[in-house]
Design a protein around this ligand. Structure first.
Ligand code: GDP
Length: 446
């Protein structure tokens, strides 16, 4: 997809952090440098890159970093937050007019995908329960009117177009009349396609500005081809100055471009990205969500959701207590075992947890066999032990096992299995004391 190179590079940056216990200033600088190169290669505009890197460094050095996350996860989280920021933060919804029709005007260069977008938008507004009208005010490009009529037919949306001999050549009149027509015909949304040129020129800007003044749009959408790279920034700036706009629509995000335009345009123009197009078909289109786009760029599956859940469930005091305990050479008890298990259970079903890890998607079948009830049974068994038994599992002899099995409603074999598994875990913990942390516990560090 459009951000493939950027995704790949960032993934490499993150994985080189995975083995680190703590981030030094030098690590942060090196990471920031790598991210900078990745952004520049993706054709992100220089001022955007600069701000982005400053933020990343500041936040990575700051004390806000969460205890629940290891350094790699922390950097992923910071980069993710900043990407969302750069892309505009909150999802920007269409502002509907208080008294209909809501007028949406499209502006942009020829070939940016304006006419196609008009069709997509009309389909989308219909799906939102509106009754849109398409308006053919691009009288410059040969066939633009006909193209819109074809799209309108496909989207089952009426098209207002100049009748031959009536307003031909006067896009401003067509636009103005279309509003009147919409009122009569009960259309509550009007989408006006305007002319574009291959390059920016004053005549085109003036025409767009005249249409704007004639219809008073509720939203002017600037349509920009994500594949034009750095030119997108220049073009966007020209449209800010020439016509002004309220929101941006990125098109051709399905192309194998570097995607820098997408990452720059919001920051440069201060206008939110509202929609994104990802193909030639009417349905290749959606509302633009900065958070989802950032997730797509980071290509991390739902790892961020996982990180958030870990942060929520993480009990810093408890983890501190445990690591002090292991550092002092004290043994891992069945109580610790239970406590850890409950911490993991707080994260939700194990299956979902594993399913959120990148690359685990193909393993769905196996994941289905994991049964959370197994974990709950283990909890039941441990709860049937006396505090002494939990602290000192060696004392759990045959008759105690039989009593525990009765108490928790399981077979003696299950109790035996648990005790054996526990001793294995204890042995492992001893080997790891002074090492990295507890297996399976997100972000537990010393
Ligand atoms: P206009 O001159 O701005 O009205 O642009 P058009 O709507 O005619 O689009 C120009 C070309 O880009 C057409 O061939 C469209 O099919 C194509 N196009 C538009 N949007 C997308 C998109 O999101 N992805 C791809 N791959 N092609 C698109």
């Amino acid at each position: 997809h459009v951000f493939e190179t950027l995704s790949d590079r960032l993934t490499t940056v993150f994985s080189s952090l995975r083995s680190k216990g703590k981030l030094s200033d030098a690590d942060i600088d090196a990471t920031a440098r790598e991210i900078r190169i990745a952004l520049l290669e993706a054709d992100v505009a220089l001022p955007v890159v600069r701000d982005f890197i400053t933020q990343i460094k500041e936040r990575a050095r700051g004390a806000e970093v969460s205890q629940a996350l290891n350094p790699a996860q922390q950097v992923v989280k910071i980069v993710n937050d900043e990407l969302i920021n750069i892309l505009g933060g909150e999802t920007r919804r269409v502002r509907y007019a208080k008294s209909p029709p809501t007028v949406i005007m499209l502006a942009g260069l020829q070939g940016s995908g304006k006419t196609t977008l008009a069709g997509k938008l009309s389909r989308w507004f219909k799906s939102e329960g509106h009754a849109p009208l398409l308006v053919a005010a691009d009288l410059q490009r040969p066939n633009a009117v006909q193209q819109l009529q074809v799209l309108g037919e496909r989207a089952a949306t009426p098209v207002y177009a100049p009748e031959p001999g009536n307003g031909v050549g006067d896009p401003i009149k067509v636009a103005r009349d279309s509003i009147e027509h919409a009122r009569h015909a009960q259309h509550d949304v009007v989408i006006i396609d305007t002319a574009g040129r291959l390059g920016i020129d004053t005549e085109m800007m003036q025409q767009a500005a005249d249409i704007r003044d004639a219809v008073g749009p509720d939203e002017i959408l600037f349509v920009v081809d994500a594949m034009i790279g750095q030119d997108a920034v220049t073009t966007a700036q020209a449209f800010v100055d020439g016509v002004g706009f309220d929101g941006v629509v990125l098109t051709k995000l399905d192309g194998d471009a570097r995607g820098g335009a997408a990452l720059s345009v919001r920051h440069i123009t201060g206008r939110p990205i509202m929609f994104a197009s990802t193909g030639e078909k009417l349905e290749d289109f959606d509302v633009f969500h900065p958070d989802r786009m950032a997730g797509r760029i980071l290509d991390m599956g739902d790892i961020l959701t996982l990180i958030e859940q870990a942060e929520k469930a993480f009990d810093a005091d408890q983890a501190e207590k445990m690591s002090t305990k292991f550092a002092s050479g004290e043994d891992f008890s069945l109580e610790d075992f239970l406590e850890q298990m409950q911490m993991i259970r707080k994260l939700g079903p194990i299956k979902n947890l594993l399913g959120m890890m990148p690359g685990m998607g193909q393993m769905r079948g196996q994941l289905d066999e994991i049964d959370d009830r197994d974990l709950d049974r283990v909890g039941g068994i441990i709860n049937s032990m006396t505090p002494d038994e939990r602290r000192n599992p060696k004392m759990i002899n045959g008759s105690r096992r039989a009593r525990i099995a009765r108490g928790s409603g399981v077979s003696v074999t299950e109790v035996n299995n648990l005790v054996t598994r526990f001793f294995d875990a204890q042995k492992m913990m001893r080997q790891m004391a002074g090492g990295m942390g507890i297996p399976g516990m997100p972000g537990t560090r010393r």
